[in-house]
Design a protein around this ligand. Structure first.
Ligand code: GCU
Length: 607
């Protein structure tokens, strides 16, 4: 039987580069830490762009019980950004890429006493992405590290961090039938595969038919099936899967299971105030609860592969996901292999998640690089890799607003999206509308989306005359009011993702009254405060929980005689619109609030 042993406690952490011998000898002088762990939880979030980027060591002795098992593997769910694994002083694995799972077999090197030493580095280099971007490149073993003991005959554990089982459901909506292909990788003679109560014994792969299939239908009904594979040795793996069909129409946008399903949502980085990116399952789950409260039906999980448990949460909650690798901002000619490695691992490890609809090739990669042959070829190779590994999903990329809409790079992915910040970094809000209308008019047969947009807001900053660049909650709300209306008039935008649902760490930033934070979030970095703009989208998207939100509650010191109270709600409200200070027009002298402009109270619905 397979046994998974979490190695969370008992690690000695050394914040220095050293040889493995030196590190093991110095282990006792290190800091006792538990995993998940990052060494940038503080300095990566406090501004100054001076967080520690270097090589550190994690050392742990394995107990006799932990080291038992016919075949013993180490599983690392996230080591940023590169890692070397040593057992008893011998190097067993090197991994490049800070966001994917990798495993290494320990069996042959086990001894009476077993010292595990993992060196992890987030120092800059020109071969591993990301190297230039607007977020902190935290270093550390920031996700779970496990031992996996399996019998001699077991499912594949090493190749690209594979789950050992791959499930491809193909749905015929006409007949409400799903044709499910299950492929497995193992070293046994045969395998028993079970889907929907039917079991087949095969060498490696089996086909199943599910009549009257229960669809995975987005947030309304994210139904999941489970495929299980079992060897006679007792080793067993399983994968949940969802049966759905989707496509993008250049004129009508995104379709799920044959119906128009505009993808309207947000982006998320995987970090939290005070914890860096060393998140617990509870942290992931509470983020998902906020996403469900907002009413988003899609997430762009930027700018890298997120934790498996978060894609699981998206599967369970019916959230359609844009998954991507951190090929970002600046193209590195020596980084081509790493982009292909990271994409191959992302698809190998995340293929079974029904929530994922698209693979993102890159983000604003022309922001700091010319569109040259090397960059174009890197994208062609990535695009081909995605199509070879996964013909069931679409490829896309998020383009920087400066990229000409007739750039050859836009010909590579299946569909495109732009990150636009008109009305924040430059220009006026209306230029967003003009940009998309020009693109759509010029390329009516091409699918286009809105992969990023946002404005920073510090909840302590307020103004009765909000303007671009003032970092006030009021301007952020006005910005998003415009964008929401722009989007609602353009159903052909296949997906739109607010940048960002949460404030996040960008240690190089020092603005808007905060050090080290990008404040475009609709929610603060500590998740404690929902800014007014959060409720604008909740009013537009949340169909299940009635609410009324009065904006400006934090705008305490107001100078004006007269003030505006803006209300966001998903209820159709009859509201008076404006009130002057009390003045009376009644014989009885009772003074009532009265419309400031003297007109009869304007009863209107409002968001
Ligand atoms: C870019 C980039 C983001 C960044 C954002 C911003 O679009 O893709 O990673 O955080 O701009 O400037 O806020």
């Amino acid at each position: 039987m397979r046994k998974t042993i979490p190695l969370s406690a008992g690690w000695q952490f050394l914040k220095k580069a050293a040889s493995v011998q030196e590190a093991v000898e110095a282990a006792a002088s290190g800091e006792a830490v538990c995993l998940p762990h990052t060494w940038n939880a503080v300095d990566g979030q406090d501004g100054g762009n001076d967080y520690y980027r270097g090589t550190c060591w994690y050392i742990r002795e394995l107990s006799e019980e932990e080291a038992a098992g016919e075949r013993l593997f180490l599983e690392v769910n996230g080591a940023a950004m590169t890692a070397d694994v040593y057992l008893n002083g011998k190097m067993l694995a090197h991994h490049e890429g800070g966001y994917s799972v990798f495993r290494v077999e320990l069996t042959e090197e086990l001894a009476q006493k077993n010292i595990l030493a993992i060196s992890v580095s987030n120092e800059d280099c020109d071969t591993v992405y990301p190297q230039k971007a607007d977020f902190t490149f935290y270093g550390g073993l920031y996700r779970a590290v496990n031992l996996i003991s399996v019998p001699a005959e077991h499912f594949e554990l090493l190749k690209d961090g594979t789950p050992g089982i791959k499930v491809t459901p193909v749905v015929d909506l006409e007949t409400k039938t799903a044709f499910v292909t299950v492929e497995t990788w193992h070293n046994a003679a045969d395998v028993k595969i079970t889907v929907n109560g039917e079991t087949k014994t095969v060498e490696h792969h089996a086909e199943f038919t599910i009549e009257n299939v229960h669809l995975w239908d987005g947030v309304d009904d994210p139904y999941l099936y489970t495929a299980t594979a079992k060897l006679s040795s007792g080793d067993e793996v399983s994968a949940r899967f969802g049966c759905r069909v989707f496509h993008c129409d250049p004129e009508k946008g995104f379709f799920l299971n044959g119906r128009s399903y505009p993808l309207r949502g947000v982006s998320r980085h995987q970090d939290l105030k005070g914890k860096g990116n060393a998140l617990s399952y509870e942290d992931h789950a509470s983020d998902m609860a906020i996403i469900r409260e907002l009413g988003a039906n899609t997430l762009r999980l930027a700018h890298y592969q997120h934790a498996q448990e978060f894609y699981d949460l998206c599967d369970e909650n019916g959230i359609v996901v844009w998954a991507e690798i951190p090929y970002i901002t600046m193209h590195m000619s020596a980084g081509r292999k790493n982009t292909l490695d990271q994409m191959r691992e992302l698809i190998t490890q995340c293929y079974n998640h029904p929530s994922i609809a698209v693979w993102g090739l890159s983000n604003e990669i022309t922001a700091a690089s010319a569109v040259n042959d090397d960059l174009l070829e890197n994208h062609r190779l990535l695009n081909d890799l995605c199509h070879r590994m996964d013909p069931t999903r679409l490829t896309t990329m998020a383009n920087v607003f400066m990229l000409e809409i007739d750039s050859p790079i836009l010909e590579i992915p299946d569909i495109n999206s732009y990150n636009l910040y008109f009305g924040w970094y430059l220009g006026e809000l209306e230029q967003t509308d003009e940009f998309f209308d020009e693109y759509h008019a010029r390329f009516p047969g091409k699918v286009i989306g809105f992969s990023e947009y946002g404005a920073d807001a510090n909840p302590a900053f307020h103004s009765s005359h909000p303007e671009k660049g003032d970092y006030t909650e009021e301007y952020q709300a006005l910005y998003h009011e415009h964008m929401l209306q722009m989007i609602e008039k353009r159903p052909w935008l296949w997906a739109t993702h607010v940048w960002n649902l949460f404030d996040f760490a960008a240690d190089g930033r020092d603005e808007g009254g905060k050090h080290g934070e990008n404040q475009k979030g609709l929610v603060t970095f500590d998740r404690q405060l929902r800014k007014d703009a959060f409720y604008l989208y909740k009013a537009a998207w949340n169909k299940t929980s009635p609410f009324v939100h009065l904006c400006g509650k934090r705008y305490a010191n107001r100078a004006e005689e007269e003030t505006e109270i803006k209300v966001y709600s998903n209820l159709r409200l009859a509201l008076h619109r404006r009130y002057a200070p009390c003045k009376t027009d009644r014989e009885d002298g009772v003074s009532l609030p009265y419309p400031a402009d003297g007109r009869a109270p304007d009863r209107s619905s409002c968001r």
